[in-house]
Design a protein around this ligand. Structure first.
Ligand SMILES: NC(=O)c1ccc[n+]([C@@H]2O[C@H](COP(=O)([O-])OP(=O)(O)OC[C@H]3O[C@@H](n4cnc5c(N)ncnc54)[C@H](O)[C@@H]3O)[C@@H](O)[C@H]2O)c1
Length: 269
């Protein structure tokens, strides 16, 4: 018996990286998984991500492991597509118990995205894929979860949503993640009386294969780790374990929380 047997979970941005880790972990606990992504083979963009794959897509990996999974390819910033996906999932499996609103990320370089200089096109793109995508996803699952009188929503902020980067670069990304964290508090207020918990995670420096490729960070022995009290970078499993906590009965009385997963990075005083 898995802890999530019979449950239905939607994981956005699940084709690679952290989203893939969430999808696989929840599938391992017995949930049926709807994987959503702009590109269901986005792992092809990074050699390390591609190497980690054990099948053609995250859905195929889950199915090969004995689970059930469906894939949906669309832009999370497109509200109609998000609602259509949720309708399809509910039609296919009869319910929606869990949303992990993970799709998102930054675009542009820190020096070209400082607070007063961030270009309009990058501001719009990053807001669409992070804040709008999160709001659309939560809005689309809410009616189904209200009807069921139960549900778990996990949104994804970032360390950058709490601490401004030195020099003010990546301001558009950090501000979007701060907005997601605060939006989640409002969501928890609205949905709590309907039996729905909504919490937000704030990953720190998590060494996905993409991040390792882009930053050169190794597993545990990079320069970044010197500034982290736990003296290591994070791994996708570190985040997936917290997601497991937030979508199972271990967190029945937790809602509206922002949970950093960052090894204590820069949280002195
Ligand atoms: N890796 C980290 O260290 C870290 C730290 C803090 C926060 N985060 C957040 O965690 C989440 C996942 O991070 P990751 O490192 O796995 O990122 P990633 O870029 O490796 O994966 C993101 C996935 O989302 C998909 N995606 C992007 N835009 C989309 C859109 N418009 N519609 C649908 N899907 C879209 C991508 O195709 C990709 O598969 C992001 O929200 C990110 O901001 C990551």
């Amino acid at each position: 018996m898995g802890k999530l047997d019979g449950k239905v979970a939607i994981v956005t941005g699940g084709a690679r990286g952290l989203g893939r880790a969430y999808a696989r972990r929840l599938a391992g606990l017995g949930a049926k998984i709807a994987v959503c992504d702009l590109n269901l083979k986005s792992y092809e963009e990074f050699e390390g991500e591609a190497k980690a794959m054990t099948a053609d897509t995250t859905m195929d990996e889950i199915i090969a492991g004995g689970g059930e999974s469906l894939g949906f390819e669309f832009d999370i910033g497109d509200r109609e597509s998000v609602f259509a996906m949720v309708e399809d999932v509910a039609k296919a499996w009869g319910r929606v118990d869990i949303l992990v609103a993970n799709a998102g990320g930054g675009r542009g370089k820190p020096r070209e995205t400082t607070a007063s200089l961030v270009p309009q096109d990058l501001l719009e793109l990053v807001t669409r894929m992070n804040f709008y995508g999160t709001v659309h996803s939560c809005s689309a699952v809410a009616p189904v979860m209200k009807e069921q009188r139960s549900g778990r929503i996990v949104t994804v902020a970032s360390y950058a949503g709490s601490v401004a980067g030195v020099g003010g670069g990546y301001a558009h990304y950090g501000a979007n993640k701060a907005a997601i964290a605060h939006y989640t508090r409002y969501l928890a207020q609205e949905l709590g009386p309907h039996g729905i918990n909504a919490n937000c995670i704030a990953p720190g420096f998590i060494a996905t294969a993409r991040i390792v490729q882009l930053s050169g960070a190794g597993r545990g022995d990079n320069d970044q780790a010197r500034h982290i009290p736990l003296r290591r970078v994070g791994y996708p499993e570190d985040c997936a374990k917290v997601v497991e906590f937030l979508v199972t009965d271990l967190s029945d009385y937790v809602t509206g929380a922002l949970i950093p997963i960052d090894g204590g990075w820069n949280r002195a005083g």
